[in-house]
Write a protein that binds this ligand. Sequence first.
Ligand code: NDP
Ligand code: MG
Length: 383
Amino acid sequence: MVKQISLLGSTGSIGTQSLDVIRAQGYGVFALAAHSSVEKIEAQIAEFHPRYVTMVDPAAAARLRADLAGMADAPKVLEGPEGLVELAKMDGPDVVLNAVVGIAGLGATLAAIESGHDVALANKESLVTGGHLVTEAVKRHGVKLLPVDSEHSAIFQCLQDTESAKSLTKILLTASGGPFFGMKQAELAGKTKADALKHPNWSMGSKITIDSATLMNKGLELIEAVWLFGLPPEKIQIVVQRQSIIHSMVQFSDNSVLAQLGVPDMRIPIQYALTWPQRCPGPAPELDFTQLKSITFDVADDETFRCLAACKRAIGKGGLAPCAANGANEEAVRLFLEDKIGFLDIGRLVEAVVDSDRFGGSYTLADVYECDRMARQFVLSHL
Ligand code: NDP
Ligand code: MG
């Protein structure tokens, strides 16, 4: 039987690299979803013949339906955030790969898990905003949550020996440091969108590229790691590894450290999530150690990069604090990409939201969305 995948966020950076892996492995595509990139998804439909497609933007869904009219074996087209959730619930795929950006992916992650699907998760915001709900649902439904984020895949790969995994004492979460590594606030003040969109090692969607420049991405990944691997935040040390060759490391009770290495190519962690527990030849090139001059380590500067400091505080507070940090960041990054606020405003606003409330206690999905709405409102009223 050919493995079937439902791919949410198929037109993005992770989505298209996932299709490279799916093509190379000869997997089938049960369903695709995106927001509004009609032309891109039409090319994907022509190649992969999914049975269902969701366009979250209703106008884009209408255009797609019109374009597909009369096509033999055309997929059924769903629309809206409800259409994304409906697609995530459908029986048919062996795994649902969620590569949507932002909290917009949370509902689909939960729906897929609650329908008994294994989920390959690139959408880290699902765990950041609703970590408690997602991990509870995974336990209740007995499904697998397979990390796609390269650092979390590295940690997951290092923990495959279940006997060793029991004595995990520390995670060393690596960070590239982003394009502004080594700079202080005075230099960062004038950084523009064009400066921030130039990542040294990875080519990614615009939101995560800005998150990498502010180190928000590492803060989100710290929170993601707490939920995935069950260690408290003080046992997760962030280590700057400028070349992005070591994708993360784990330490055991005997102080032995294991690392996972490879070229910075997301197709390796994407493929591992899809082929797990097997390993297979894939499209990513091998790491050439003769070309590798050095592997360096540095400390992450959260005095300068306030988003990272804010995320550490948010996971320490618990409850909805990480959700608030995420919502504030999504709104601030949107404003930064529209040239409406400066680079340092992102950290200022995220930190201010985290400090604005205690955020403690348990929460429902409705609470998550309300907290997200309030965090965005807070940002808009503190510009
Ligand atoms: P992109 O911006 O490149 O792609 C985002 C995808 O999500 C697109 O298919 C987009 O559709 C779709 N989308 C956008 N908004 C919505 C919405 N409201 N509802 C449904 N779908 C939507 O992002 P990336 O691929 O870079 O990132 C995706 C996720 O993976 C993020 O959570 C990111 O943090 C994570 N990640 C990314 C890495 C990378 O290398 N890129 C590495 C590790 C993690 P459309 O094209 O129509 O707008
Ligand atoms: Mg990552």
